[in-house]
Design a protein around this ligand. Sequence first.
Ligand code: SAM
Length: 215
Amino acid sequence: MVNASAPSGHAALMDEVYRGQRHIYDFTRKYYLFGRDTLIKGLAAQPGMRVLEIACGTGRNLATIGKVWPGVRLYGLDISAEMLKSARAAVGAEARLGQGDACSFDAAALLGEPQFDRIVLSYSLSMIPDWQGALDHAASLLAPGGTLHVVDFGDLAGLPRPLAGLLRAWLAKFHVAPRDDMSTVAGRIAAAHDLLLTSTRGPLGYFQLHVLAAK
Ligand SMILES: C[S@@+](CC[C@H](N)C(=O)[O-])C[C@H]1O[C@@H](n2cnc3c(N)ncnc32)[C@H](O)[C@@H]1O
């Protein structure tokens, strides 16, 4: 694994959040990070394709992608050295992992590839302060014909209002903020990169899924 630089303030915060949590992350998050497997099924990846998850966390998604789409080449990027320890254990030696900031990492230097055929951002934009910068950077890394897939908390509009409020308050304790304007921002970024945007909403608005596809 390549370590790009000394931990920044946000990297240190993520390490603090996940140092202990990473050991129970996969078990607990399956009960509330919905839509991840829907995203993975929609990747339609072919053997040999380069698949990158930005902010890959424990590597749970990458490991699943490797099973669902055998023969793909796996790449993971995260700002937290702690999370990357779990990711390395989950994905094995073949996947290439790097530590860096989703908003600005140098893909060629960290991961040995300048572009990717499939890029995934799963429940990470809600934790990245400059999430619009991260989405824009991801779009800039798409190979010709590539697709960028995003899943994250939705507007929660179908939940009873007090429940949605409680959920937002609880998520905020973990530095998570649902991005209510993600569809609008994704549309702007898709237009800027000449990509086609398809957006869907999970039941009750719990999650939102966006695919930005090269034309
Ligand atoms: C809620 S976890 C999601 C992990 C994984 N994508 C999943 O779906 O299970 C959020 C991840 O984003 C990472 N992260 C937060 N800010 C980041 C940034 N600026 N650059 C890269 N990774 C970041 C955290 O370290 C953490 O691993």
